[in-house]
Write a protein that binds this ligand. Structure first.
Ligand SMILES: [Zn+2]
Length: 374
């Protein structure tokens, strides 16, 4: 038997950490893949995939080689649990799939197949080869784990598991053997496994030595991987320590900044409050000055039209005579006043006085009765 270790590490069940051990480990299931693909590597590629969530397996048995896909010959009494046949079988048995010859023509439901007469012998010789490899593999498994292949429930086909009510309803691998009219049965298989164990004359230790030899390169690989893992863990530890140190410093800095920012906020708040108060005060002052000015001097008359109506004719005269002027040259705006109303009133009173004085100059001389003499 050409035994090759090729673990399907990417299969989701490979690294789930679940193992069958001691009394929880009953034995082995023999399967047949149920399609006409003879190459175990095709299955390996398909199953060594994180997306392959529907099943796991501990090995594929081809005509030329047996591929061990998950730990089952590494530690006596302990095997990697890989779900292959439904429950509760998955919790007590590990399984192995025999591939099938390409000459099988399955029907659409994959429940039965035919083989052209001319290809029958090729198909049978392929199945005979997988059978022989399965016998050798199961003999090695029984030897390694100290199990008796003839004891009840140590070696079961998927079909037998289904009949016992511990596995899903499948008919493999007997369907293949019967479909090709081959003389193989599970009782015969178990007997052949037993014979192989005796025929080899191998002791369990000899078997272990053989397996150890096969596993040695893999163990070296695993050891190297473990070393690398340890290295990476150390690096990670160092990084974490580094980050921890920096984060402490950052925390200290944050605290410092926090303190200052509180102070700064307080200062700003103070200034802001003062500024607001000051503005309020300024506003008040402006308003009070304005009120006082308005009360004392009346409103500002910017333009002739802003003046009360009664004032306007007299103001117009004074503007025309250039007695008052708002500051804008008369040729630009002859009606610019720009004086408070009280000022204008005073000016108008003066104007009136001046007019009255002028009249007084022309008054007639009065007699003793106060009558005009002329
Ligand atoms: Zn099966």
């Amino acid at each position: 038997m050409n035994l090759i270790k090729r673990y399907i590490t990417k299969n989701p069940y490979f690294s789930d950490g679940r193992y069958l051990t001691d009394s929880g480990f009953d034995g082995f299931f023999l399967h047949s893949v149920g399609c006409n693909q003879p190459d175990p590597l095709v299955f390996l590629r398909g199953w060594d995939n994180a997306a392959h969530t529907n099943a796991g397996i501990n090995g594929f048995i081809g005509a030329e080689a047996v591929y061990i896909t998950a730990p089952c010959l590494e530690s006596v009494g302990t095997v990697k649990r890989m779900p292959h046949a439904g429950r509760p079988a998955n919790d007590h048995y590990i399984g192995f799939e025999m591939t099938e010859p390409k000459q099988l023509r399955y029907n659409q439901n994959a429940t039965a197949f035919t083989v052209p007469e001319a290809e029958l012998e090729s198909a049978r010789s392929f199945v005979a080869a997988t059978y022989c490899n399965a016998v050798e593999l199961f003999a090695a498994l029984c030897l390694f784990h100290g199990k008796d292949p003839l004891a009840d429930g140590v070696i079961l086909s998927h079909r037998e598991g289904a009949k016992r009510g511990i596995a899903t309803n499948h008919g493999d691998p007997e369907t293949v053997w019967n479909g090709l009219n081959m003389p193989y049965t599970m009782d015969g298989f178990r007997a052949d496994v037993k014979s192989k164990m005796e025929e080899n004359g191998m002791t369990r230790d000899e078997c272990n030595a053989l397996i150890t030899q096969a596993v040695a390169p893999l163990n070296a690989q695993i050891a190297a991987l473990k070393n690398r893992l340890t290295e990476k863990e150390n690096e990670l530890q160092q990084l974490q320590t580094g980050i921890g140190f920096h984060s402490e410093r950052i925390s200290a800095l944050c605290e410092l900044v926090g303190m200052h920012s509180t102070e700064i906020l307080q200062c700003t708040a103070l200034t802001e409050a003062q500024r607001t108060a000051l503005e309020a005060l300024n506003d008040g002052i402006d308003e009070r000055i304005q009120t006082a000015l308005n009360a004392a001097l009346g409103p500002m008359i910017g333009h002739l039209e802003d003046a009360p109506k009664w004032m306007r004719p007299a103001l117009r005269e004074l503007l025309e005579f250039g007695v008052i002027n708002g500051g804008t040259p008369a040729e630009v705006d002859p009606l610019d006043v720009n004086k408070r109303q009280a000022i204008l009133e005073a000016v108008l009173m003066a104007k009136k006085c001046a007019e009255r004085y002028a009249d007084a100059l022309l008054l007639p001389t009065l007699d003793e009765n106060g009558e005009a003499t002329a």
